[in-house]
Design a protein around this ligand. Structure first.
Ligand code: PLP
Length: 397
């Protein structure tokens, strides 16, 4: 039997398109093997090089490599002196890591709803949420579309608030000519396997502030006052002045990261191409609207494409996901619930479903589709046909 790229028969999927897949080739393998062949697995030169390369890519004054983005967010809160008694405004529509960082330093989250165009924090809702205890804003650049920093930063400055940018899914996103993460006080990135680039697990904190970089580096390594290689001529001699953690990235991750970063411009070019083509193709399908469709794609990281479903499709979302899975199309949901509806936060803050209705609508009525560099133009065509067929199928029942 001959099959075509447009064949989306559920029983014989002609393609398998996972939601995310890291692209690792010989360069990464060689780099990792060079580390394993040598004597230095941690505290080595590759982490330093990766930090320098990442700083050069983003234009950051400082870059501090970490074991994850969650670790970087926690370090950002510690380095900015956020703690018990403080309140932090947090995007309702984000990964729990943004809010967990605030909770881990003993501060309290005040969740702020999204604006419906992109799902990013709604600047109009920031000032009404402030109290005399508000110390910072921790916002996400959702899906790789920049939050409205032109409106948010003047509010932050007026009220002397620190701004933490969760850029986990916004590597490659710029706004006003600056990479996200450098507009506020600290920006945190993730190198988890399905992200724009990977180190296995890993993260990075960037900042324009010397004091934040210094404190984050120290908290990253137990609070030790000296760098192992450069500042400890006599091994084992150091002091500890603060309650730090071990959030370091190792040399293996850094070796991977250095190679992945070289490919990042090409990865981003493909993401943007795929996003544009997929958005254009889905525009013709009734009941589906692309979140952020009017945003400038050339300055966005394009982490994935979030399709908003009309009410009838929303009620059949599980069937739609299954129908796409049968056709070989991987999907995800970003994020399955607004953070205030996650049980830990619901129990702690007694939140209600209608507290953050826009975020709730995104969580309840959306479907995320892949646009990563593992997706080729034929895959995009296939996905458009598969979505149209799956929609038709679930509407019939
Ligand atoms: C917005 C956001 N922040 C933080 C994280 C956590 O990243 P990591 O797994 O590197 O800790 C994620 C992970 O998906 C995320 O989407």
């Amino acid at each position: 039997m001959t099959t075509t790229t447009h064949d989306t028969q559920p029983t014989t999927p002609t393609r398998t398109i996972p939601f995310g897949r890291p692209l690792i080739d010989q360069a990464e393998k060689d780099a990792v093997l060079r580390v394993l062949d040598g004597p230095i697995l941690t505290h080595g030169p590759l982490v330093k090089q990766f930090e320098a390369d990442f700083a050069a890519f983003t234009g950051a004054e400082h870059a501090v490599a970490t074991s994850s983005c969650a670790a970087a967010l926690h370090l950002a809160c510690l380095a900015l002196g956020i703690g018990r008694g403080d309140e932090v405004l947090v995007s309702a529509q984000t990964h729990v890591a943004t809010a967990h960082a605030v909770e881990l330093v003993g501060a309290e989250c005040v969740f702020v709803d999204s604006e419906p165009r992109t799902g990013n924090i709604d600047p109009d809702l920031i000032e009404p949420a402030l109290t005399e205890r508000t110390k910072a804003i921790a916002l996400v650049h959702y899906l790789g579309f920049a939050a409205d920093m032109d409106r948010i930063m003047p509010i932050a400055e007026r009220h002397r608030l620190a701004v933490i940018e969760d850029c986990a899914i916004a590597l490659g996103t710029t706004t006003g000519g600056k990479h996200v993460g450098l507009i506020g006080d600290a920006g945190c990135f993730s190198f988890y396997p399905v992200k724009a680039m990977t180190t296995g697990e890993g993260g990075m904190l960037i900042t324009r502030r010397d004091d934040v970089a210094r404190a984050a580096s120290q908290y990253r390594a137990f609070g030790i006052d000296r760098n192992v290689v450069a500042e400890r001529p006599i091994p084992g001699m150091y002091d500890v002045q603060m309650l730090g953690l071990n959030y370091r990235l190792n040399e293996i991750g850094a070796a991977l990261g250095i190679e992945q970063l070289k490919k990042l411009p090409e990865f981003l070019r493909i993401r943007r191409r795929n996003f544009n083509a997929l958005a254009a193709g889905l525009a013709g399908i009734e009941g589906i609207q692309v979140l952020g469709a009017d945003e400038p794609v050339e300055t966005a990281g394009c982490y994935c494409l979030v399709a908003m479903l009309d009410d009838a499709l929303r009620d059949r979302r599980i069937d739609l996901i299954e129908a796409l899975k049968t056709r070989g199309v991987g999907t995800s949901i970003y994020y399955p619930r607004p953070v205030p509806r996650m049980t830990y936060y619901r129990d702690k803050y007694d939140t209600r479903d209608d507290d953050t209705p826009v975020a709730a609508r995104i969580s309840d009525a959306s479907l995320a589709l892949p646009v990563g560099p593992h997706v080729c133009p034929e895959d995009v065509d296939y996905m458009i046909t598969a979505v149209a067929a799956a929609v038709e199928e679930v509407r019939k029942v």
